[in-house]
Design a protein around this ligand. Structure first.
Ligand SMILES: [Fe+2]
Length: 258
């Protein structure tokens, strides 16, 4: 398979862009219509673009006809309330697939590690076209919360932790990384998540906002990491045993956001 990819992601697989002045904008996300859609924790989602412009969040491949995560249709009732969020998703000029605001309730590090998953953005993506990546724009101010990325799901040495103050902007190859958010709370976290197609438009946008990997992780106590590793393995073993008892196979989580 030979997709069009962005050189900015080649080495590290993600870029942090210049921070956005979030405080200057109205809090459009508080007026959106959310749908119950459980994924990677206690969540609700407000679709801004969906497969056919309906108020729903399902993967485009679960519709008829099934297709990849491109050519999202704006959900009128929500974009009417969030013209700035829509404009931010459209700013690169890259193709937009799914575009949603996530509302995530507080969790803990061990819970986030258990929820690590890879996305499946490029399912049905035709060979030779642009590789689909995802942007995460933090809307609420959560400087103590982090987006966790791991190249290897079980290896904390591969972990990247990106702080999420209001206005933080990260673009990630979420099919490459195991990822989840550790949100310390106390209020829910809101983030605009868009599927973008790689190509010259996205390259120019990343360059304009000085996209680059972060210099260093915020510190985290080794005992906290060790405990989370232990809990993750225990919970996964419990899940596998439960499924085996039911005669079912256990699958690694793939795009629970789908
Ligand atoms: Fe994801």
């Amino acid at each position: 398979m030979s997709y069009i990819t962005s050189p900015a992601f080649e080495k590290k697989g993600y870029v942090v862009l210049d921070a956005y002045d979030q405080a200057a904008d109205p809090q459009e996300w508080l007026n959106l219509q959310y749908v119950d859609w459980k994924s990677s924790g206690d969540t609700r989602w407000a679709p801004l673009a969906s497969a056919f412009g309906e108020m729903e969040c399902n993967g485009f491949w679960n519709h008829t006809p099934p297709r990849t995560d491109k050519d999202g249709v704006w959900v009128q009732a929500n974009v009417d309330k969030a013209p700035i969020l829509k404009a931010r998703a459209e700013e690169p000029g890259a193709n937009v697939g799914r575009c949603r605001v996530i509302e995530l309730q507080p969790n803990d590090y061990a819970g986030a590690i258990y929820n690590l998953h890879q996305d499946d953005n490029n399912r049905l993506n035709p060979d030779g076209t642009g590789w689909i990546v995802r942007s995460f724009f933090n809307l609420s101010d959560d400087p103590d919360s982090v987006l966790i990325l791991r190249e290897d799901r079980f290896d904390p040495e591969t972990e990247v932790r990106i702080p999420l103050p209001a206005g933080s902007q990260v673009v990630v190859d979420t099919q490459r990384f195991w990822h989840a958010v550790w949100h310390t709370g106390p209020a829910p976290r809101y983030s605009l998540i868009s599927s973008w197609t790689s190509g010259p438009e996205l390259d120019a946008y990343v360059q304009k906002y000085h996209g680059a990997p972060q210099a260093a992780n915020p510190p985290l106590d080794q005992a906290v990491i060790d405990d989370a590793q232990f809990q993750m393995k225990r919970r996964l073993a419990e899940r596998a045993a439960t499924l085996a008892a039911q005669g079912k196979k256990d699958h690694a989580p793939k795009d629970p956001e789908a």
